[in-house]
Design a protein around this ligand. Structure first.
Ligand code: CMX
Ligand code: CO
Length: 166
């Protein structure tokens, strides 16, 4: 399947996009669905020596979550552990259908509004037409897994710009 170029993203056919021109900059986090957040945190801490940087409840997403920091500075990425607030939520339905495991991948973008416009123009269904508030003050939006090989995909524009590239 080939995607039409994003509006304004002039590119010769067959030439690679430069890193700056790519819509996605890096993996921000992997979202992992679990039945019990505290049990999952204890497991990840004891196995990997990682620590929790933030615990939040997002009622609009139906999750209790913890962000576990991997690395420092502009290269920081995260493990996002997700416990549903109830059965009729995205993570609650996922757990019932598939059990615990990888729920989504979050990718860092420099400008989430521009990224949504570009991706939407390429025929991928946007679950969020506009960015929402996500973990640690980020702006986030989800893309439909059925249009991306079965992978629920999240775009993340971090709240605090790093000194390096987003
Ligand atoms: N990854 C891949 N496929 C998924 C999925 C996931 N995480 N969740 C559901 N699906 C698939 C199901 O397997 C099912 O596929 P089939 O029709 O082929 O069997 C289909 O989507 C429908 O499943 P469903 O249980 O009926 O779920 P819904 O259609 O009600 O919702 C989705 C699915 C992706 C639209 C919904 O979960 C959503 O909007 N997610 C975005 C928000 C979210 O996940 N928030 C929690 C994380 C918050 C955060 O990271 O901050
Ligand atoms: Co996420």
């Amino acid at each position: 399947m080939t995607f039409p170029a994003a509006p304004g993203a002039a590119r010769q056919p067959g030439t690679a996009r430069t890193r700056e021109a790519a819509v996605l900059n890096r993996i921000d986090h992997v979202g992992i669905a679990c039945h019990d957040l505290e049990t999952a945190i204890a497991r990840y801490e004891s196995v990997f020596d990682v620590t929790v940087a933030s615990r939040e409840i997002h009622e609009d997403q139906g999750v209790r979550e913890a962000m576990l920091r991997l690395g420092e500075g502009p290269g920081t990425s995260w493990i996002q552990l997700l416990e549903p607030t109830g059965p009729d939520t995205p993570v609650g339905k996922f757990l019932a259908r598939r059990g615990p495991g990888i729920h989504h991948v979050g990718y860092r973008v420099a400008n989430i509004t521009a990224a949504l416009a570009a991706i939407g123009a390429r025929g991928v269904r946007l679950l969020d037409q506009r960015p929402r508030h996500g973990s640690m003050g980020a702006s986030i939006a989800f893309l439909h897994p059925a249009d991306l090989g079965g992978v629920l995909t999240e775009l993340v524009q971090a709240a605090l710009p790093f000194t390096g590239p987003a």
